[in-house]
Design a protein around this ligand. Structure first.
Ligand code: COA
Ligand code: AMP
Length: 629
């Protein structure tokens, strides 16, 4: 079977194609209805099918006789721990935690927020929720309390599962003060706060009343069985940045997602059951959900939970040590991680210390990968580094290489070709398909295949407005792209207010809300500018209120610290430039793209709608001054 035939079948006869793929997973009730519509006339996959994700990830493999094989490896250079869990051991932990959640009154359809670091208990919590039909929402540990509040108020969890601390290289991050603050600020009061005590910070566990000890809960509970859920039962909510300050609760189904993940493990990642697959992403991102937890476990691949960084924990050889020690067959990370390693170890000296003979493929996604990073990888690691493109919304790749087919070759700087199910086109702003080599908007013909988002939690209108209303019959991705004569697609970057900082998706609108809340700021623009390590970093340009006496240094310091406090250090906003006025169109819209292009020092065309061209020289002069200071 050739990859291109798979692709055409998936588009021309999607019902038969996905029915066949659905047979690759175990259902409690195989769906009779493959494709249908919901009350909003939006596509549903496998509506009458019944299954359970935790069963597919754990119990199924035990029933098949693999209970003693290693399901999960935890490697934490920051705490000097290495642990392994068989499927049997994982089931024991997960089913008892699930029993504990039931004993607290949680039931199918309730939501639970998981705010935890990279430890096995995070994965156990996700699967324990899935086991009893509780919808989980994992919140990245690097986010500040305000981000937690937004999620709590939107999804109204019955439980919040957390830990006493995270570790960032050598720094301990106590979580409970952050949780306490979030609970104080949230309108919705969470009934159950479950805390895993890592014993890394003092007196953390007793910090505030009413906490439930994770380990006691597990010890004192009876194991719970997997409940059977409908295919469209939400497995999780994952909030992601959009074009407004409020994050969107991407809602993921169960049956379509399981089918898509199984398909991707076989055809895109080309990995056999029993092999080790490692996605070095935090659980809080889409990659962590799909390829640190659900994808590899459904496919019976040992997965690795890595609590560390590509560098400094303890050095830039950590990735190669892990690949060698656990015989990793394929790995997935963000280009930023490889750029960080390349910077520390330009000649690949640390690579030579390790036996990488089992390592077959490296996958990269989350941000654009520069060609020099791909070249460094090819030269020093000796396995192909495969760029592929997807979004939180899709849950699995939309562009990439079907690695089983040798006709799919790497084309540097391209994120690959459309993956089965994704009928991708490049449109101009009026909805006409563009010729090859012309830059336009990347759109996808509906219906989206199984596994793609069900919608936005409790907000169909926003779902429609964000993705479906721009071009009738198409999903609007928010990315710009170019297609070449061989069908390869080159992603040119976001066309909205979303930026990618070290592979972390963030909203500049959300940052603008924080910046403009500073008492001296009259107006501002936050844009993503080029950065050699992180790909992009935010840059704020602000206009101060008339009569403001604050110095430029102070305003910068205060804005930098309020972004850390309200969004998190992970936003990495370090530059705030004060200007007299911002470039605008005649109708008063801020020309953010122009600001970004000038700061990046790229060529630009003066927008025809600009209000006053003189602003360009003003801005250039100010940027020069700012850079030299
Ligand atoms: N909890 C608390 N704080 C966190 C955090 C977490 N989970 N993750 C990051 N932070 C903090 C960091 O400690 C740092 O704080 P500081 O400014 O006080 O030093 C800040 O957020 C920025 O973090 P980061 O961008 O990770 O910078 P870094 O210098 O620590 O590491 C890299 C740089 C390139 C090594 C790192 O960004 C990296 O590994 N990137 C790859 C990311 C990735 O895999 N993304 C994948 C999604 S697919
Ligand atoms: P996230 O939802 O966090 O996975 O971020 C999705 C966004 O990351 C996409 O819309 C792109 O802008 C960007 N992205 C992901 N993968 C790639 C890639 N391979 N090349 C370029 N940009 C990418």
């Amino acid at each position: 079977m050739k990859a291109k035939d798979l692709f055409y079948r998936s588009i021309e006869d999607h019902e038969t194609f996905w029915k066949e793929q659905a047979k690759e997973i175990s259902w409690f009730h195989f769906p009779g209805q493959i494709i249908s519509k919901d009350e909003n006339d939006y596509t549903q996959w496998f509506a009458d099918g019944k299954l359970n994700m935790c069963y597919l990830c754990i119990d199924k493999h035990i029933e098949d006789g693999f209970g003693e094989e290693i399901a999960i490896i935890y490697d934490s250079p920051v705490t000097n721990q290495k642990l392994k869990y068989t499927y049997h051991q994982a089931k024991e932990e997960i089913s008892k935690l699930a029993g504990g959640l039931l004993s607290l009154g949680l039931k199918k359809g309730d939501t639970a927020v998981i705010y935890m670091p990279m430890i096995p208990q995070t994965l156990f919590s996700m699967l324990a929720c899935a086991r009893i039909g509780v919808i989980h929402n994992v919140v990245f540990g690097g986010f500040a309390p305000h981000e937690l509040v937004v999620r709590i108020d939107d999804c109204k969890p019955k439980a919040l599962i957390t830990a006493t601390a995270g570790v960032e290289i050598a720094k301990r991050i106590p979580y409970l003060p952050l949780v306490e603050k979030a609970i104080e600020l949230a309108q919705d009061k969470v009934e159950n706060i479950i805390v895993f005590n890592r014993k890394l910070v003092e007196n953390q566990h007793e910090m505030f009343d009413g906490l439930i000890d994770y380990e006691e809960l597990v010890q004192n509970s009876k194991p719970a069985d997997c409940v059977s859920v409908e295919s469209n039962h939400p497995l999780y909510l994952l909030y992601t940045s959009g074009t407004t300050g409020k994050p969107k609760g991407i809602t993921r189904d169960s049956g379509g997602y399981a089918t898509a993940l199984k398909f991707s493990m076989k055809y895109i990642y080309g990995i056999e059951p029993g092999e080790t697959f490692w996605a070095a992403s935090d659980f809080g991102w889409a990659v962590g959900h799909s390829y640190t937890v659900y994808g590899p476990l459904i496919n019976r691949n040992t997965t690795i939970i890595f609590e560390g960084k590509p560098i400094m924990t303890p050095d830039a050889g950590t990735f190669w040590r892990i690949i060698s020690e656990y015989k990793v067959a394929a790995m997935f990370t963000a280009p930023t991680a490889i750029r960080a390693i390349k910077k520390e170890d330009p000649n690949g000296e640390l690579v030579k210390k390790y036996d990488l003979s089992n390592f077959k493929k490296q996958f990269l996604a989350g941000e654009r990968c520069d060609v020099s990073t791909l070249d460094w990888f090819a030269e020093h690691i000796g396995v192909p580094a495969i760029d592929h493109w997807w979004q939180t919304e899709s849950g699995s790749p939309m562009l990439g290489l079907m690695t089983f087919d040798n006709d799919y070759k790497i084309k540097r700087a391209s994120a690959g070709k459309p993956i089965p199910g994704y009928d991708i086109k490049i449109f101009d702003e009026n909805g006409y398909e563009l010729d090859e080599h012309k830059e336009g908007y990347l759109v996808i013909k509906l219906p989206l295949p199984p596994g793609a988002m069900l919608g936005i939690w409790n907000d169909y209108d926003r779902f429609e407005k964000s993705y479906l209303s721009q071009y009738k019959g198409y999903y609007f991705s928010g990315d710009g792209a170019i297609k070449d004569e061989d069908g390869y697609i080159f992603i040119t970057g976001r066309v909205d207010d979303v930026i990618n900082v070290a592979g972390h998706r963030l909203s500049t609108s959300e940052m603008e809300e924080v910046v403009s809340s500073h008492p001296d700021v009259a107006e501002c623009a936050v844009v993503g500018i080029d950065d050699n390590l992180r790909g992009q970093v935010p840059f704020a340009t602000v206009v101060l209120k008339n009569g403001s006496q604050i110095s430029e240094i102070d305003v910068e310091k205060q804005i930098v610290s309020s972004i850390r406090e309200k969004i998190g250090a992970v936003a990495v906003l370090k530059s705030v430039m004060v200007v007299k006025r911002l470039p605008k169109t005649r109708s008063g819209k801020i020309l953010r793209k122009l600001i970004r292009t000038i700061i990046d020092g790229r060529d630009f065309q003066i927008p025809s709608t600009i209000d006053d061209e003189k602003i360009i020289d003003e801005l250039k002069e100010k940027i020069e001054q700012y850079k030299t200071n």
